[in-house]
Design a protein around this ligand. Structure first.
Ligand SMILES: [Zn+2]
Length: 324
């Protein structure tokens, strides 16, 4: 009880810090690193191509021919005063519809991949799954949360590191991961090991579960995706075409060089850097807790492997060149 109070207090501090900042903090100064075109204008990639669409926070659509994978989609941007004052949060149908349009999401999805069970990664998964179908690869905790939110059990693939899933020609390897520390601790820790008697309604109900990362083999490419990590636990794969690396907190940027060296990617895309308490229609603003200039200088000064790239909301990038 004491621990959860402390966690809640830290979460309130985090949200208050995000909400307090109103200054602009756009991608403009880094436009030389931007890749992709508006998703609504992007061609569907061929069977031997792979495209990535950025959906905000840590949300991505990976596409190759007729295959589609959604990672951590989160469009609802729930009103944070509800979270601050112990209110309820819920998926926002209008935001889901707008996100589907702006991201040019296909009508059917092969699989959802969920890196962990905090609400900014999983809240929108059950309603989007109800619309788009497919399987949901998540931790055991995430599976119980989705089931409580209405997802039929057969659609769920509760997974631990080491699991491998195949969706047609696409292979998904489930990898171990760590959650970033926020003010020295992990927000809303915990596991759910039995069916819930009622649906989750408050931020604290979406407990972390086992954090996961993924290696997606699709369209002849290898894509690594995580939502963050800690120093001393580098990603367990190397030599990928694209590494999507969680960099939500500037204070944790010491971990970035270790991750980039381990991954040895052709392209590195820092992720989860945006201010997710602002509505998506406001456009991309860096979170005041992130520090992309520091990431950029580390990448250049330490000559880390891979070309550093950035993506704007609802932009689609077809990976260029031959696979690594
Ligand atoms: Zn989280």
């Amino acid at each position: 009880m004491i621990r959860s109070d402390r966690t809640a207090a830290r979460f309130i501090l985090l949200v208050a810090a995000l909400a307090a900042v109103s200054c602009s903090n756009h991608l403009g100064p880094h436009r030389d690193l931007l890749v992709g075109v508006p998703a609504t204008t992007a061609p569907i990639p061929a069977d031997d191509e792979l495209s990535v669409t950025y959906l905000g926070v840590n949300g991505y659509l990976l596409r190759c021919g007729g295959q589609s994978i959604l990672v951590d989609p989160f469009f609802s941007r729930v009103p944070m005063h509800h979270a601050l004052f112990g209110g309820t949060i819920a998926p926002q149908p209008d935001a889901l519809a707008q996100g589907r349009r702006a991201g040019a999401l296909p009508d059917r999805i092969d699989a959802f991949l969920v890196t962990h069970s905090h609400f900014d990664h999983i809240l929108d998964v059950p309603p989007l799954h109800a619309q788009l179908g497919g399987k949901i690869v998540t931790s055991e905790t995430g599976a119980f949360l989705c089931e409580a939110a209405g997802t039929p059990r057969p659609a769920l693939l509760p997974s631990s590191p080491g699991a491998v899933h195949r969706f047609g020609p696409t292979t998904v390897h489930v990898l171990s991961a760590q959650h970033v520390l926020v003010f020295g601790t992990v927000p809303f820790p915990g596991e759910i090991t039995a069916p819930l008697s009622e649906a989750p309604t408050k931020p604290k109900d979406w407990v972390l579960g086992t954090p996961l990362a993924f290696l997606v083999e699709m369209g002849g490419r290898r894509i690594y995706i995580e939502s963050g990590g800690v120093l001393g636990s580098p990603p367990p794969v190397s030599g990928v075409d694209l590494a999507i690396v969680g960099t939500a907190l500037g204070g944790q940027s010491d971990r970035y060089p270790e991750a980039a060296r381990a991954l040895s990617a052709t392209y590195v895309l820092p992720s989860h850097q945006d201010n997710f308490v602002r509505p998506l229609e406001d456009g991309f603003h860096f979170s005041p807790l992130s520090d992309f200039p520091k990431i950029k200088s580390l990448h250049c000064n330490e000559r880390l492997p891979g070309q550093l790239v950035l993506m704007d909301y609802f932009h689609t990038w077809t990976l260029p060149g031959p696979p690594k």
